[in-house]
Write a protein that binds this ligand. Structure first.
Ligand SMILES: Nc1ncnc2c1ncn2[C@@H]1O[C@H](COP(=O)(O)OP(=O)(O)O)[C@@H](O)[C@H]1O
Ligand SMILES: [Mg+2]
Length: 280
């Protein structure tokens, strides 16, 4: 039987800003299993981002239990939560959240700073990841010098920096044109084919067809949870949207052996911690 990597019981979230009390999540029970590709849909304001931020260890629930690989994380301190996040979860945002003054390569290398990876290796690995996502010629570019699709690929490379088994994304195609969206979804499909667990929020039904399981959230409750027997799979990108186009074949090759194990082993043995808390 497959392992539940994420196990939620009675998760609630209520925002309190002074006298304003906003209950958003009302008690969510959910198991997500290793290797699943789950989409979460729902109307604007239904609590998708709130839920995703809790799943991604960017925020804590107000009550309930969240077990990640069997470990209770609902009650961890900020620093403990940041540590868990940096090690186990790669998070991709709608607005990319790249640091504008850092090059693509340095943006991708950043989570490895927090993980204590030596500089030379972080540079090499960041270059490797970017190259594997079709951005080998863009290492020294600043985010402002890249297209939206390219920025999102940099953000995906950054999410992969520490070789997490879980990739989470909140509307990752929300700011992209349809061809770049397919590029990005092909990359997620390849990550799924590699055995990673993917959780993705979207409001686009087309994007949800890439997932193996479709969940619908409404008013802070899960109102639908179905397997998708007709996953979209890798799609052909009709024409290059940018100077570097990722064909399904390239994307497949790209993400196949995306992480040289030597790097991850090094991370575990060489704890030369140079930084504090990761926010990526
Ligand atoms: N920090 C916050 N403080 C107060 N209310 C919030 C905060 N963040 C989100 N909300 C409210 O929670 C509800 C759900 O928001 P959100 O999770 O962003 O929904 P979605 O991502 O589905 O659009 C909305 O009513 C929103 O206004
Ligand atoms: Mg949202």
């Amino acid at each position: 039987m497959k392992q539940a990597v994420i196990s939620l019981e009675g998760i609630t979230k209520t925002y309190v800003n002074g006298k304003l009390v906003v209950p958003v999540l009302h008690g969510i029970d959910l198991n997500i299993y290793e290797g699943e590709f789950t989409s979460i849909m729902g109307p604007s304001g239904s609590g998708k981002s709130t839920f995703m931020n809790i799943l991604g260890c960017l925020d804590r629930p107000t009550s309930g239990s969240y077990k990640l690989d069997g470990e209770e994380v609902a009650t961890l301190s900020d620093d403990e939560l940041a540590f868990v996040r940096n090690k186990r979860i790669g998070f991709v945002f709608q607005s990319f959240n790249l640091l504008p003054k850092l090059t693509a390569q340095d943006n991708v290398a950043l989570p490895m700073v927090y993980a204590g990876v030596p500089k030379k290796e972080r540079k090499e690995r960041a270059a490797y990841l970017l190259d594997s996502l079709g951005l080998g010629e863009r290492l020294d570019h600043l985010p402002a010098e890249l297209s939206g699709g390219q920025r999102q690929r940099v953000a995906i490379a950054r999410a992969l920096a520490n070789d997490p088994s879980i990739i989470m994304a909140d509307e990752p195609t929300g700011n992209l044109d349809s061809k770049s969206s397919v590029d990005v979804m092909n990359i997620f499909t390849n990550l799924y084919n590699e055995g990673r667990t993917i959780i993705l929020v979207t409001h686009e039904p087309d994007i949800a067809t890439f997932a193996s399981r479709n969940i619908v959230l409404r008013d802070g409750y899960i109102v639908e949870d179905k397997q998708n027997p007709n996953m979209a799979g890798l799609q052909t990108v009709q024409a290059p949207t940018e100077s570097v186009a990722v064909s399904p074949a390239t994307a497949q090759k790209a993400v196949k052996s995306v992480i040289p194990k030597t790097v991850t082993e090094k991370v575990n043995t060489e704890q030369t911690n140079e930084g504090g808390t990761s926010h990526v």
